[in-house]
Design a protein around this ligand. Structure first.
Ligand code: IMP
Length: 192
């Protein structure tokens, strides 16, 4: 069974392809000759994931899923959320994004935040949404060299280290993306 992962990111597709059960094979947008950059115009992660998966269903009539993830800070009313990649501008600069978060927080103590990841799946005429979440707090210095994005300033609950210090092995067990991916895979497996 072929399912489209509505992304141009081949690394994401490759990574997930290694986890799905054998009868399923994932294809990227490029694999179906879809070169369009589907605009993420939604105001929530759920909406954005749905927009991308629905585009593929409508245009190609294929089973597909899509993901969207981001950082949500309590004291900033859930910002940067869907704007996580481009919080400080369209250049998608990680350092500038972090600086902007610090600026907006104005030094409040132990700001609570979470990462959320949402998958929207369109499969055989039905649609499903899966969410993974990891709660934690932000710090006002960058620690660690692993990961990407906001990892150097995010400490997950129950840990003393940032995602960037904990490294991929730990992060891939407890992250928002890992949890959402597990739910998606469980669902796909049940169908086989
Ligand atoms: P995407 O939807 O997975 O492409 O994530 C959008 C943006 O959210 C990224 O560019 C990062 O700024 C932020 N983000 C999502 N997941 C993570 C994570 O695991 N660590 C750090 N930043 C993340």
């Amino acid at each position: 069974m072929k399912i489209i992962f509505a992304t141009h990111n081949h690394n994401k597709v490759k990574e997930l392809n290694q986890l799905v059960p054998k009868p399923i094979s994932l294809l990227s947008l490029d694999d179906i000759n879809c070169t369009k950059e589907i605009e993420e115009t939604g105001s929530t992660l759920e909406e954005n994931a749905k927009i991308k998966a629905d585009y593929v269903l409508k245009k190609y009539g294929l089973n597909c899923f899509s993901d969207d993830s981001g950082l949500e800070v309590d004291a900033l009313q859930g910002a940067p959320g869907v704007f996580s990649a481009r919080y400080a501008g369209p250049e998608k600069n990680n350092d500038a994004n972090i600086e902007k978060i610090w600026e907006e927080l104005g030094g409040i103590l132990n700001p609570k935040a979470c990462f959320r990841s949402v998958f929207h799946l369109n499969l055989n005429g039905k649609s499903y949404s899966f969410e993974g979440r990891v709660d934690g707090k932000l710090i006002y210095e960058k620690r660690g060299s692993g990961g990407f994005g906001y990892d150097p300033i995010f400490i997950p609950e129950g840990f003393e280290k940032t995602f960037a210090e904990l490294g991929d092995e730990v992060k891939n067990k407890i992250s928002h993306r890992a949890k959402a991916t597990m739910l998606l895979l469980e669902h796909l497996t049940v169908l086989l």
